[in-house]
Design a protein around this ligand. Structure first.
Ligand SMILES: [Zn+2]
Ligand SMILES: [Zn+2]
Length: 299
């Protein structure tokens, strides 16, 4: 895991990892979805249609909509039986081959996800609170790279969009896992432009973005920017867009914060996070947030 890329060569690229098109239950065709995200200032997009027999197993080919300053990742939302409480799994796979094989009779969610992982995909645990995923369910996906810590559609439609508590519980049990924000856009009205990732990479090539996603070289946002996060001794310095609160969260009750009016930087103590992990949250005047990935402090 390489979750502090701020000092490295390269730059951050803005993208959404969870979007639907008319290949499943989205309102707009893939070309129109790409056009709208591109016009909204995104650098890349993953269209993740529901990979089920009902929609004839779509791996939506978005390569024709790539162009100067905009690219796409080939992806899908995978479904198969069955979670601990009997729901059909929802699993994100970004970076799939276009000929990824349909699920076979009897294949479980973790099995189809393992196939996606073996094919080179970034695997995400999607909107866990929205459908009652348990910690044991996360254990069934030991190869997953990240939890979808913010799902804008779930937040706006049914107030179940925030999954840092779910991810923190896994982190507290020693799991090394990252977190990403996304839209889960179907309509592109109330359910888009609400949560995204800034992925750090040397170029906007799909393979470079995918490598960075798998390594944790990104952070999530609803608007605020993390300009720099750097550790020195027993402190971390954060520089960001104007913030009301800058906070660190860690194992259990471990946390520190600084409040201010238009705070652009803060240096915070790391001592209480030693032997564990911390992550950074920036909250702006309107309550919009940016979230770093966890950083592990090995003694
Ligand atoms: Zn879903
Ligand atoms: Zn979805």
């Amino acid at each position: 895991m390489d979750t502090l890329p701020f000092d490295k060569p390269g730059r951050f690229w803005r993208g959404n990892l969870h979007t639907h098109s008319t290949r499943s239950d989205g309102i707009y065709c893939a070309e129109e979805v790409c056009r709208r995200y591109r016009e909204a200032g995104y650098d890349f997009l993953a269209i993740t249609d529901h990979f089920t027999a009902r929609y004839d197993w779509p791996i939506t080919d978005t390569r024709p909509y790539r162009g100067d300053g905009f690219t796409t990742l080939i992806a899908a939302e995978l479904h198969a039986p069955q979670t601990q409480i009997g729901e059909r799994w929802h699993i994100k796979a970004v970076g799939l081959p276009l000929d990824f094989a349909p699920a076979t009779e009897g294949e479980t969610g973790p099995e189809v996800a393992a196939r996606a992982h073996a094919a080179g995909a970034f695997v995400g645990i999607v909107h866990p609170s929205w459908y009652g995923l348990t910690a044991a369910d996360a254990d069934a996906l030991p190869f997953a790279h990240a939890v979808e810590i913010y799902n804008h559609g779930s937040a706006v439609e049914v107030d179940r969009g925030n999954d840092w508590p779910y991810a923190d519980a896994l982190l507290n049990r020693g799991r090394r896992i990252c977190g990403y924000a996304s839209d889960d856009a179907h309509h592109l009205d109330h359910d888009w432009l609400g949560g995204w990732v800034y992925v750090h990479a040397g170029s906007l090539e799909p393979d470079a973005l995918l490598d960075s996603l798998k390594a944790g070289r990104y952070y999530s946002s609803q608007g605020p920017r993390l300009h720099h996060v750097a550790m020195a001794g027993d402190e971390v310095t954060v520089r960001c867009s104007p913030a009301r609160t800058l906070s660190l969260q860690g194992r259990g009750a471990r946390s520190v914060f600084q409040r201010g009016d238009g705070l652009r930087a803060a240096t915070l103590p790391l001592k209480r996070f030693r032997g564990g992990w911390f992550r950074v949250t920036v909250t702006d005047m309107n309550g919009a947030k940016a979230w770093s990935n966890p950083v592990w402090l090995d003694d």
